[in-house]
Design a protein around this ligand. Structure first.
Ligand code: MHF
Ligand code: KIV
Ligand code: MG
Length: 273
């Protein structure tokens, strides 16, 4: 199913079928109006825990709560008509084990109506992925650079710098696939390693900073729109939202100051009865 011609919502099975086929297009979404703009262009929308950084101004994703994810998930579901919606499980809501993960993931599914959840997968999360999948919750894994582990890894560093690191990422990917994940995000890994992961697993890989070897791509929407000054290596700015917004605000401020706003067309002249 290609974008724009869809008569029903994209499913996890649709995404799985795209392995090795037409690249999967995805972006992050956090609110209803933006979701409605992204929807016709994307196969799936991710309600990423990056919301903490790009919407709430937190320094990392570690402070994001399950309630925040549910509230943004609900908003995105109201705007996204046909794209699959995937919601990130935030830090602290699944790592304790399958039971905790099921409680969090089932709340997300029930309260938002989204189609799948995503977890940052270490090898240890295989049990969690299996437990959720067996009980009706589709899981997207997230391997490589795992932002929720920033306090252990000491920074957002690309993976693949040593054989050890390469083996770990491959092991994470294979564990997630075997445990029943329907797709996986591969973040911040060396191009050769991304190709190795994509060739090894039978489920689609969605890259972010992981080269064109992946089966699809994702970016943080405000990054690709050019809303921020920061540009890590993997981001391409497809727009210049910051300048466009700045121009509009500047024009508004000038119009207020010189009293040309509100103008003739923008005032109420109501008849008295
Ligand atoms: N706005 C935003 N965009 C993202 O892509 C994003 C978030 N927030 N928050 C959650 C994670 C964190 N991510 C990040 C954050 C920083 C770098 C970064 O600074 N990378 C450097 C160093 C890379 C290296 O030396 O290995 C770079 O220059 O790319 C990478 C990924 C990706 N995710
Ligand atoms: C960068 C993507 C994959 C993500 O996990 C997020 O936006 O939180
Ligand atoms: Mg995330």
């Amino acid at each position: 199913m290609s974008a724009q011609t869809r008569s029903r919502r994209v499913t996890c099975a649709d995404i799985m079928k795209r392995k090795g086929g037409e690249p999967i297009v995805s972006l992050t979404a956090y609110d209803a109006p933006m979701a409605s703009i992204l929807d016709p262009h994307c196969d799936f929308l991710l309600v990423g825990d990056s919301v903490g950084m790009v919407v709430h101004g937190l320094p990392t994703t570690v402070g994001v709560t399950l309630d925040m994810m549910i509230m943004h998930g609900q908003a995105v579901m109201r705007g996204a008509k046909t794209a699959l919606v995937v919601v990130d499980l935030p830090f602290g809501s699944y790592e304790a084990g399958p039971q905790q993960a099921f409680e969090s993931a089932s709340r997300v599914m029930m309260e938002t109506g989204c189609g799948a959840v995503k977890i940052e997968a270490g090898v240890y999360t295989a049990d969690i992925v299996r437990f959720l999948t067996d009980r009706g919750i589709p899981v997207m894994a997230h391997v490589g650079l795992r932002p929720q582990a920033v306090n252990v890894t000491g920074g957002f560093k690309a993976k693949g710098r040593s054989n050890d690191e390469t083996d770990t990422v491959l092991a994470e990917a294979e564990a997630a696939e075997k445990a029943g994940a329907f797709a996986m995000v591969v973040e911040g890994v060396d191009e050769a390693l991304a190709g190795q992961v994509t060739n090894t697993v039978s489920i689609p890989t969605i890259g972010i900073g992981a080269s064109a070897t992946c089966d699809g791509q994702i970016l943080v929407t405000p990054d690709m729109l050019g809303l921020f000054d920061w540009t890590p290596k993997f981001v391409r700015r497809f727009g210049n939202a910051r300048e466009r917004i700045d121009e509009a605000i500047e024009a508004y401020a000038a119009a207020v100051r010189n009293r040309t706003f509100p103008g003739e067309a923008e005032v109420y002249r109501v008849k008295k009865d």
